[in-house]
Design a protein around this ligand. Structure first.
Ligand SMILES: Nc1ncnc2c1ncn2[C@@H]1O[C@H](COP(=O)(O)OP(=O)(O)O)[C@@H](O)[C@H]1O
Ligand SMILES: [Mg+2]
Length: 147
């Protein structure tokens, strides 16, 4: 039997979302940082959490700009009552996720740290990529998880 969901419960689980199409230019990363900072602040994340979200989102945008092949990329902020999830998508050639190497932190090199940083700063991270078909990353931060 399908459970009956009350109107209050539907309201309680409400998701609000903001979608943006952003020019693939590094100067727009700052605009997205400000945007996500405003959203996270409004949701009640603390200063450290907001800083982590800004860094992770900026890394995701930088990848979309660097590895994407289009002149724009897409970002979607989902405001849930217990979490913020951010999806960043580009129309680049994507990559084989299995071939992405974990950084060797004992012999650090420049580059290759973005995805590692995102995974360290966010609570849940998912990549979807089909070679030749763009890259999508979803990163989730839960409210109150870092106390
Ligand atoms: N948006 C993307 N499109 C295609 N490949 C990507 C994308 N983001 C990440 N990758 C792949 O994952 C690798 C690791 O990404 P990252 O950790 O950010 O390091 P960097 O961007 O410095 O190479 C990249 O070198 C690239 O092969
Ligand atoms: Mg990167």
């Amino acid at each position: 039997m399908t459970p009956v969901i009350s109107k209050e419960e539907i309201e309680d689980r409400r998701i609000e979302s903001i979608d943006m199409t952003v020019p693939s230019k590094p100067e727009y990363v700052g605009v997205i940082r400000l945007t996500v900072s405003g959203i996270a602040n409004r949701m009640g994340f603390n200063v450290e959490e907001i800083e982590d979200i800004k860094v992770a989102v900026a890394e995701g945008c930088t990848n979309a700009i660097e590895h994407g092949l289009d002149d724009k990329f897409y970002i979607n902020f989902n405001i849930n009552n217990d979490s913020l999830d951010v999806v960043i998508k580009d129309k680049g050639k994507g990559c084989n996720i299995e071939e992405i190497k974990e950084p060797d932190l004992l012999n650090p090199k420049e580059g290759g740290l973005g995805l590692f940083i995102i995974k360290s700063l966010m609570d849940d991270v998912e990549f979807i990529s089909k070679e030749g078909n763009g890259f999508q990353i979803k990163m989730i931060k839960y409210l109150g998880a870092d106390i």
